[in-house]
Design a protein around this ligand. Structure first.
Ligand code: CO
Length: 192
């Protein structure tokens, strides 16, 4: 398992609702935490590791053994309130940061790995993180949420990622769109 970078197509895939959780998916979710810590992140969505499924992991402490490890399966965000602006980054666009305006407070409904319902009103970094990760599951990346002027300032960085992607594809380090689509179909059939 590895983190895919912008503009990998799975990052633009609208992930499917998970209908069943098996040992293999549990293992994948644990691996997502390991990867998130290794890359010093606080949240990671399944489609960032090439799995087109509606689940993300989060630990606002960003360190194993600290904070709380949370798994959100089939998250739904509602009741946005207020606005807040803060700088965001993303493990799929490493080294690139930008200011994003989002609701300050939201309600998040989801299921934990144990199948328990999560129903929480959250704010601050918690609210920002669940919105950023739920966006991932809908194929939305933080630059899409930046205002046009701010996005202009990271266009060169994004172009570098695009060039890197094309070059890795030429080297066959990244599969073709057909191969990627076949793996989506397999995962969606298994868990969707
Ligand atoms: Co991200």
């Amino acid at each position: 398992m590895q983190i895919v970078h912008y503009p990998h197509p799975t990052l633009r895939r609208k992930s499917v609702t998970i209908k069943r959780v098996d040992a293999e998916l549990r293992k994948a979710i644990h691996q997502m935490f390991d990867l998130m810590y290794a890359h010093k992140g606080v949240g990671l969505a399944a489609n960032q590791v090439d799995l087109p499924l509606r689940v993300f992991v989060m630990n606002l402490a960003g360190k194993q053994g600290e904070g709380e490890e949370l798994v959100f399966i089939n998250p739904v965000i509602s009741f946005p309130k207020g606005t807040s602006e803060a700088e965001e980054g993303c493990l799929s666009i490493p080294g690139v940061y930008g200011k994003v305006i989002r609701p300050e407070r939201v309600k998040i409904q989801a299921y934990s790995l144990r199948g328990e319902e999560i129903n929480q009103e959250v704010d601050g970094l918690f609210a920002r993180c669940v919105q950023h990760e739920t966006d991932h599951l809908d194929g939305v990346l933080f630059p899409d949420r930046m205002n046009e002027l701010a996005r202009e300032s990271i266009m060169d960085d994004l172009a570098d990622f695009e060039a890197e992607f094309e070059s890795r594809r030429r080297l066959a380090e990244i599969p073709t769109d057909d191969v990627i689509a076949a793996s989506w179909a397999e995962m969606e059939k298994k868990y969707g």
